[in-house]
Design a protein around this ligand. Structure first.
Ligand SMILES: Nc1ncnc2c1ncn2[C@@H]1O[C@H](COP(=O)(O)OP(=O)(O)O)[C@@H](O)[C@H]1O
Ligand SMILES: [Mg+2]
Length: 515
């Protein structure tokens, strides 16, 4: 008797092919249409009948992505795929996207290592999502299929010129970020020698210190905070650290955000689970003040304190706003107990940076860059961040490169003109964004305490209460200044000033200057 669905049986007779055919009919007509509540079981039973001499192993893991597996669709078997658009880089010759197939039903011949396989891919709706099953058939014991799945899984877990990045609730491997950090180098990070050496020792030393920690029976983990006003090398240092630790075999794990569909706590759990699995490793939390909020802090601290072992975890956080961090995070020992202030460069550091550019431009014929210019740049750029200094050099070079006409300025003059322009911008910045230098304030405070006031002192400035008000409002405004660096001094001064004020010692002294 002819089967009723001969009509669908269009991909012809033959042993394997007809086997596929039968399975596809069963799958598409019976199972996927919902008459069978156990699709996986049904599929396994059907395939066992079709391939009685094959072992059968199933997995949800996408083994077809495994680059070492060579696979081609079985001849005459249906391949049902839906297409997904994947955008590509704009530079790719006008092509801005590709179509990638998502397999709904497929049958493949595949080879890996010394083994041949037949692999079926089937998917069906389950709950709110889609369930995809990979069925691996092998003519022989199932060990071959099992080791294929294991190898493919391990390959996915291993980095290949990639960095683990956590974002939107998922870990993924990021190749562009890996490429980006390869360009970073300590020699391009200009910091005072001591600072750089201590930082490096803290980082690389950590990974060597396991035996010592073990001997002392203390948890082998370390937390480092890099803080300070923007544009002074936190991010470029992070890049070098990621690159060098990666090269040493300690994977960098980069967390973009704890926002996720599974909630921030679910995301934090993911992050620390992965870190514990990858340990020893480096966990990078950029802009810590934004990542850790009042809502998620206690969960984060629980993870950090590690009821489950956090052995081998080096956690590095950065922030432009140290003063916004909860003290539970920033001051408790064994959490983030090493702190590095990436401050605006002092004169020596500015000179180092100017020298760095002198070296860089050495081979450039059209550029006259004498040592005297190094000194001049250092002198004229007080309060500039490194990023501002960089801006001066870069835009000066851009201006010179695009210059038309004969009145082209010398490099030195162009640079100084650029510095002047940037200085004006810096002065126009709102107070909260600009770094507030409290030193003159302290000097005035100190002076104000020594009676009698000199008669020519500017009015207002010398009034203790005015100064205190200014101090208080700066603090409230959360100026980007690192409060903690000056914290102790401020506290002491304020306390003393308040005591003095309450005891009316000072009122008498400062009163005359305001009149
Ligand atoms: N210490 C530094 N040495 C050399 N260049 C620096 C330094 N700090 C900042 N820069 C320059 O400024 C840019 C911004 O610095 P970045 O590291 O992103 O600052 P942030 O401290 O805000 O993370 C860098 O790409 C780099 O070119
Ligand atoms: Mg940064």
């Amino acid at each position: 008797m002819a089967p009723t669905d001969d009509f669908v049986n269009i991909w012809g007779p033959g042993d394997v092919a007809s086997g596929n055919n039968d399975f596809h009919r069963l799958w598409s007509a019976d199972v996927a249409s919902g008459t069978h509540p156990q699709p996986a079981l049904q599929a396994a039973n059907a395939l066992r009948k079709i391939y009685p001499d094959h072992s059968l192993v199933m997995t949800q893991h996408n083994i077809l992505n495994f680059p070492l597996l060579v696979s081609t669709p079985l001849p005459n078997a249906p391949l049902v795929a839906s297409l997904e658009v994947r955008p590509t880089a704009r530079t790719a010759d006008g092509v801005t996207g590709i179509l990638a197939p998502i397999i709904e039903f497929g049958a493949f011949q595949a080879a890996w290592d010394r083994y041949d396989f037949i692999i079926y891919v089937i998917s069906w709706k389950q709950g709110f999502g889609t369930y995809t099953l990979y069925i691996v058939l092998h003519q022989g014991p199932e060990e071959a299929s099992r080791s294929l799945i294991l190898s493919s899984g391990l390959f996915n877990q291993t980095l290949h010129e990639e960095v683990w990045v956590y974002n939107q609730g998922f870990w993924s491997k990021d190749h562009p970020l890996w490429l980006d950090i390869q360009k970073a180098d300590w020699k391009d990070v200009i910091l005072s020698d001591d600072f750089k050496k201590t930082l490096q020792k803290d980082i690389y030393g950590f990974f060597k210190s396991e035996p010592i920690y073990k001997e002392l029976a203390i948890p082998w983990k370390r937390g480092i905070i890099m803080h300070g006003p923007p544009g002074n090398g936190k991010t470029i240092s992070i890049k070098v650290i990621m690159k060098t630790c990666d090269a040493l075999g300690f994977a960098p794990l980069y967390v973009k955000s704890f926002q996720s569909y599974k909630g921030e706590e679910g995301a934090m759990q993911d992050v620390f689970d992965k870190a514990r699995q990858m340990s020893p490793c480096v966990v990078v939390l950029e802009d810590l003040d934004a990542l850790i909020t009042d809502r998620n802090r206690s969960f984060f601290l629980n993870q950090l304190d590690g009821l489950q072992g956090n052995d081998g975890l080096l956690v590095i956080g950065t922030t432009n706003h140290f003063e916004r961090l909860d003290p539970g995070l920033s001051t408790r020992p064994s959490r983030f107990d090493r702190k590095y202030l990436f401050d605006d460069p002092n004169r020596d550091e500015r000179a180092l940076y100017a020298k760095y550019w002198q070296e860089k431009l050495k081979t450039n014929d059209g550029i006259e860059y004498p040592d005297a210019l190094v000194e001049e740049v250092a002198d004229k750029t007080e309060q500039f961040s490194f990023a501002y200094l960089k801006e001066a050099f870069v835009s000066c070079l851009v201006t010179l490169a695009g210059w038309e006409g004969d009145d082209k300025p010398t490099f030195g003059n162009a640079l100084k003109a650029q510095i002047k322009t940037l200085r004006k911008q810096l002065d126009k910045m709102p107070l909260a964004a600009k770094r507030v230098d409290f030193r003159p304030l302290f000097d005035t405070l100190a002076e104000a305490r020594s009676p009698p006031m000199s008669p020519q002192s500017p009015p207002g400035e010398r009034d203790f209460r005015v100064l205190l008000d200014r101090l208080a409002s700066e603090r409230q405004r959360g100026s980007s200044m690192d409060m903690r660096a000056l914290g102790e001094r401020i506290e002491a001064l304020v306390a003393e000033a308040q005591r003095a004020l309450s005891e009316r010692e000072l009122v008498a002294v400062v009163a005359p200057s305001t009149t």
